[in-house]
Design a protein around this ligand. Sequence first.
Ligand SMILES: CC(C)(COP(=O)(O)OP(=O)(O)OC[C@H]1O[C@@H](n2cnc3c(N)ncnc32)[C@H](O)[C@@H]1OP(=O)(O)O)[C@@H](O)C(=O)NCCC(=O)NCCS
Length: 150
Amino acid sequence: MYLRHVALIGTMERRNYEFSWSDGIFRDCLKAGYLCQMVLLDDELIGYGIVQVAADEAHILNLCIDDSYQRQGFARLLLEHLVRQAEHRKAHTVFLEVRPSNPRAIELYERSGFNEVGLRKAYYDSAKGREDAIVMARNLVSNDETLFRH
Ligand SMILES: CC(C)(COP(=O)(O)OP(=O)(O)OC[C@H]1O[C@@H](n2cnc3c(N)ncnc32)[C@H](O)[C@@H]1OP(=O)(O)O)[C@@H](O)C(=O)NCCC(=O)NCCS
């Protein structure tokens, strides 16, 4: 993803989220050097993902597949790709937040090996005021490796 893609991604973001990121947030992610990846199908943008990697922790900040391309396995592929990229950047654990009201995303993450590890109270804007965030994590190193490191 480059700055020239932000306008198109912003339009997709607003189409797919009720509470969407501004274009400025995407620009800030690019400037900060976060992992910003697009999913292209025959040169057409159909989705994107943003990951922050700091020390040995990665944080998936955004993951989206455009409405008309959902339920075809693209999010699963994108998620796996982002996790591998985070691993390549030496992350040991990948974290993400998800709304309890987003069962599609929760199921995607659970099936991809993420487990619930916590709850952030009143984390998101919502139509009814605030909504909690479920915090999920996936460990990228085996217990044996963790023991070895310590
Ligand atoms: C959540 C989202 C990324 C899923 O994308 P997708 O490309 O449709 O997902 P996939 O086709 O790869 O599906 C992977 C798994 O997710 C789950 N899933 C996806 N869509 C689902 C639905 N409508 N109902 C139930 N489960 C669903 C299933 O477990 C699915 O596996 P299956 O197809 O074998 O049943 C997509 O709906 C999206 O971008 N939504 C808007 C943005 C968003 O909410 N992002 C997540 C923020 S935390």
